[in-house]
Design a protein around this ligand. Structure first.
Ligand SMILES: Cc1cc2nc3c(=O)[nH]c(=O)nc-3n(C[C@H](O)[C@H](O)[C@H](O)COP(=O)(O)OP(=O)(O)OC[C@H]3O[C@@H](n4cnc5c(N)ncnc54)[C@H](O)[C@@H]3O)c2cc1C
Length: 499
C-alpha cells in the first residue's frame, strides 16, 4: 500500500514537471525503467525543428510504455505530449481525422464525438498520445484491432527538420507507421474513423470449454483467466460485443443467489485487485475454491452510443469516473501491477494460457505469484504492417501481470512462451524486447526499417532505446554508457553493407 502511495506521489511530482524544459529523470509506466534526459518542449513545429538541431535527440509521447522503449538516456528528449502540436481536423469527405503529435487518445475521442464519429479501435487507457500509442502497435480487440492499421497518411521530420509525407501505398509507409521510435518525430497522422455504434455486451463467469459457444457470432471477444484455477478447464470471465440490431433489451444479470456461498466467493473474486496487493498466496487458494464452486454468471447490457470506453466498460460514462478515486487509484492493476504482453496465433491461445498456468504453478514455492487475471484479447484480420501483431494473421494478445518488483519473472515467462510457441510476436510497448523476437519479426523487415532510418537520419542524431538497438542488431550495449554516447553502432559501414 505504501509503495502504491509512493508511486502515485512520484507520478504527481513528475506531472508537476510537465511543460518544463531541462534535465529530468523520465520513467516508464510503473517506473521499472528510467533514464536521465534533457527534456525539450516542442511548442510548435518550428521550435521542434530548432530543438532537433541541438544534438542527439529522441522522442517521448506520454511515456506510458511499460518496457522502456521510449527511453534513450542522455538525449534531448522531445516531450511530444507536453508540446503544442495539438491540431485536430475532421475531413468529412474522406471520413478521416488529422491528428497532431501532442494529442491524447481521449482528446481525439472527444473531438470525434462532436462529429458523431469514433476511432476504429484503441487500447484501454486514454492518456497516451495517439501517435505514441499507434507507433508501438497498440490495439484493442475485435474488428480492425491494430490502431496503426487505421492510418492512411503520416508526416515525420527528417534530421534536417524537413517534412516527409508518406501515404498508404508508399513502399516505406507500412514500416514507418509502426516503427517504435526508429523513425521520429512523426508529427501528424491521418486516421480512418467509423460511425458511432451501439453494442450488446455479454459478460460471463464460466469455464473455458464454454467460451466458443457463448461467443458465437460476436464481433469482439476478450477473456480473462484465473491463473490459479484448474488448467484442464480454467475459470474464465468472457466478454463478447455484438453490434446492436433492433431495440436494446433491458440489462439483466443471471448468477448465484444473493448471499449464497457462490455469491460471496464471486464478490471476493471481484475484489481480487484489492487482495492481490496484500495477500498474494491467498489469491491462489481463493481461485481454487471458487473453481470448485463452479460459479456461473451472465450479465447482459447495451452500450451507449457516445461511450468512449465501451470496449472495456459497457456502462455509460468512463469507468475511472465511477467509484472513489482512493480505491481505483491505489489498488487497480493499472496503478499497482507491471504488465507484460505478447501475441500468439489465435488457434494457440488456449494452449499458451494453459502453458503459462502450469509454469507459474512451478514458481509458487519460489514466492512468485501472477497478479490479477491473465488477459486475452482476440485480434481478428491480417495486417499489412510488418511489425503488427496480426501481420501473419489473427492473434490473441496475452497480458500477464505481476508486482513491479517481480517484473523479471514475467520476462522469464515470456522467454518460456517463445520457446513453447516460436510464432509469438512482441508488443513494442509491453513486451520485453529481446533479440529472440528477431526471427519472428523477420530480419529482412528489421533491416528495411533501419535502411529507411539511415536514409532520413544520416547525421545519426536520432537515438532510440537500447533494447530496440539490440533488436535491430545494431550497436552494442555499453555498460555505464548512455545511448547518446554509444552512437548507433560501432561500425556504420558494416551495418550499411548488411542493410
Ligand atoms: C495503463 C496502460 C494501459 C494500456 N493499455 C493498452 C492496451 O489496451 N492495448 C495496447 O496495445 N497497449 C496498451 N498499453 C500500452 C501503450 O498503449 C503503449 O505503450 C503506448 O505506446 C504508450 O503511448 P505513449 O504516448 O505513452 O508513448 P511512449 O511510451 O512515450 O513512447 C512509445 C514509443 O513511441 C515513440 N514515439 C512517441 N511519440 C512519437 C512520435 N511523435 N513520433 C515518433 N515516435 C514516437 C517513442 O520513441 C517510443 O519508442 C497500455 C499502457 C498503459 C500504461
Amino acid at each position: 500500500m505504501f509503495r502504491s502511495i509512493r508511486e502515485v506521489m512520484r507520478r504527481r511530482s513528475s506531472e508537476a514537471l510537465n511543460g518544463i524544459a531541462g534535465k529530468r529523470i523520465v520513467t516508464s509506466w510503473m517506473s521499472v525503467f528510467r533514464a536521465e534526459v534533457d527534456a525539450q518542449i516542442p511548442h510548435d513545429e518550428n521550435t521542434l525543428c530548432d530543438l532537433m538541431q541541438k544534438g542527439q535527440y529522441s522522442c517521448i509521447g506520454k511515456s506510458h510504455s511499460y518496457n522502456g522503449v521510449q527511453l534513450a538516456p542522455g538525449t534531448n528528449a522531445m516531450m511530444m505530449r507536453e508540446g503544442g502540436l495539438k491540431w485536430l481536423e475532421y475531413r468529412e469527405k474522406s471520413e478521416t481525422v488529422v491528428v497532431g503529435a501532442s494529442v491524447s487518445v481521449e482528446e481525439l475521442k472527444r473531438f470525434l464525438l462532436k462529429h458523431k464519429r469514433r476511432m476504429v479501435n484503441s487500447g484501454n487507457y486514454m492518456a497516451q498520445t495517439v501517435i505514441g500509442a499507434l507507433i508501438t502497435g497498440t490495439h484493442g480487440y475485435g474488428k480492425g484491432p491494430v490502431m496503426a492499421d487505421g492510418v492512411v497518411r503520416l508526416v515525420f521530420l527528417n534530421d534536417s527538420g524537413e517534412r516527409v509525407e508518406l501515404k498508404k501505398g508508399h513502399p516505406d509507409f507500412d514500416y514507418v507507421v509502426l516503427s517504435f521510435g526508429v523513425i521520429a518525430p512523426v508529427i501528424e497522422v491521418e486516421l480512418k474513423t467509423e460511425a458511432l455504434q451501439r453494442y450488446t455486451s455479454d459478460a460471463y463467469i464460466t469455464r473455458l470449454s464454454k467460451k466458443d459457444s457463448l461467443t458465437q457470432g460476436a464481433e469482439a471477444v476478450s477473456w480473462a483467466c484465473a491463473p490459479y484455477s484448474d488448467p484442464s478447464d480454467p475459470m474464465v470471465m468472457v466478454h463478447a460485443l455484438r453490434p446492436l440490431e433492433g431495440e436494446a433489451q433491458p440489462a439483466k444479470t443471471k448468477g448465484p443467489r444473493l448471499f449464497s456461498l457462490s455469491f460471496i466467493v464471486e464478490w471476493l473474486i471481484r475484489q481480487l485487485w484489492l487482495m492481490d496487493r496484500v495477500f498474494p498466496s491467498f489469491r491462489r487458494k481463493l481461485q481454487r475454491f471458487a473453481y470448485r464452486l463452479k460459479i456461473e454468471k451472465h450479465q447482459h447490457k447495451t452500450t451507449a452510443e457516445d461511450d468512449l470506453d465501451y470496449l472495456y466498460d459497457p456502462d455509460p460514462g468512463l469507468k475511472r469516473d465511477r467509484g472513489p478515486d482512493l480505491l481505483t487509484g491505489f489498488f487497480a492493476t493499472t496503478h499497482t501491477a507491471y504488465n507484460l504482453a505478447f501475441f500468439v496465433p489465435l488457434d494457440r491461445q488456449e494452449a499458451v494460457v494453459r502453458f503459462i498456468m502450469l509454469e507459474v504453478e512451478n514458481y509458487r514455492d519460489l514466492g512468485f505469484y501472477l497478479k490479477s487475471m491473465i488477459g486475452i484479447r482476440e485480434l481478428r484480420g491480417t495486417s499489412d504492417l510488418p511489425f503488427a501483431g496480426t501481420h501473419h494473421g489473427p492473434v490473441a494478445a496475452i497480458d500477464i501481470f505481476s508486482d513491479p518488483r517481480d517484473y523479471a519473472w514475467l520476462e522469464r515467462l515470456q522467454r518460456e512462451v517463445i520457446a513453447y510457441e516460436p510464432r509469438t510476436r512482441p508488443h513494442f510497448g509491453k513486451s520485453a524486447l529481446v533479440p529472440e523476437y528477431r526471427e519472428v519479426l523477420g530480419k529482412q523487415h528489421l533491416r528495411k526499417l533501419f535502411k529507411i532510418h539511415m536514409r532520413h537520419f544520416p547525421n545519426q542524431r536520432l537515438m532510440f532505446s537500447e533494447p530496440v538497438r539490440r533488436l535491430l542488431d545494431i550497436g552494442k550495449a555499453l555498460p555505464g554508457t548512455s545511448a547518446a554516447d554509444a552512437q548507433l553502432a560501432a561500425d556504420m559501414e558494416e551495418i550499411e553493407t548488411r542493410a
